[in-house]
Design a protein around this ligand. Structure first.
Ligand SMILES: Nc1ncnc2c1ncn2[C@@H]1O[C@H](COP(=O)(O)OP(=O)(O)OP(=O)(O)O)[C@@H](O)[C@H]1O
Ligand SMILES: [Mg+2]
Length: 241
């Protein structure tokens, strides 16, 4: 994916949340967004996904000028996975995926089933296809959310701390699923605190603090951070493990 963020300002209630952010990356497939709590990571991800608009500035993702795009059309081109899964509770895992393909993407049911079953097979959830979300584990449900976001072959999938609601074992399952996105050549951008995972999954890292992008570059910056802020952040995250 190509991404250009030009002088983006976001404020909530007179408080600056994103402070004139700029970034340009070309031809990256996995971008990891890290930084302390309150840095503005989720806010930036929502802006990139078109869920909200900035006060000023421009965001260009591939050929989309997100800040000017018809949002309905844009949502059909990108996926979003939240901290907790947001599957429809009364529908089976299979139907959770096919309903989106049918209703939003106007696929016929046979085609929708074909696409969904193939993904469920590939991501090792096929045995749970007829269960409702309450009957599978949190990790499996989160993986099903990821698969649902993939079903439309999105240009980019945005994931906001998709493992933060899970225990370490279930997190591991989900992280493995996300690593598979690389194999699948699905572009993604993820907010995560899992530094070791970031090193494996990402080909670009963006570190934010206090509404600013403080450091960004290839994954090497996680081993050799240049700024004091990123050095401190990594030391603290490692300490917590
Ligand atoms: N809807 C909102 N209204 C007012 N303030 C908000 C809103 N959403 C976020 N904020 C504030 O914006 C700042 C950045 O929040 P954001 O959720 O983007 O941070 P974050 O980096 O994702 O943090 P975390 O790691 O805790 O998820 C915080 O100070 C937060 O309190
Ligand atoms: Mg957040």
């Amino acid at each position: 994916m190509d991404l250009k963020i030009i002088d983006v300002l976001q404020m909530y209630e007179n408080k600056v949340i994103l402070d004139h952010i700029n970034l340009e990356v070309k031809d990256k497939s996995g971008i990891v967004l890290i930084g302390p709590s309150g840095a503005g990571k989720s806010t930036l991800l929502r802006l990139l996904a078109g869920i909200e608009d900035p006060i000023s500035g421009e965001i260009i993702l591939n050929q989309h000028i997100v800040t000017q795009e018809d949002k309905k059309a844009y949502y059909k081109r990108v996926g979003f996975v939240f901290q907790a899964h947001n599957l429809f509770p009364h529908l089976t895992i299979l139907r959770n995926i096919t309903i989106v393909l049918e209703k939003v993407h106007h696929m016929d049911i046979d085609q929708a089933n074909k696409v969904a079953l193939k993904l469920l097979e590939q991501f090792e959830l096929i045995e749970h296809k007829d269960k409702i979300p309450a009957k599978i584990s949190g990790g499996q449900a989160q993986r099903a959310s990821i698969i649902r976001s993939l079903a439309i072959s999105p240009e980019v999938v945005f994931l906001d701390e998709p493992t933060s609601a899970l225990d370490p074992i279930l997190s591991h399952e989900v992280l493995k699923t996300i690593l598979k996105l690389r194999v699948n050549k699905t572009n993604f951008m993820i907010v995560t605190h899992e530094i070791e995972f970031a090193k494996k999954a990402a080909d670009y890292v963006v570190f934010m603090e206090d509404g600013k992008i403080v450091e960004h570059g290839n994954v090497d910056i996680l081993d050799q951070p240049k700024t004091k802020q990123l050095q401190n952040f990594i030391a603290n995250v490692s300490y917590n493990i």
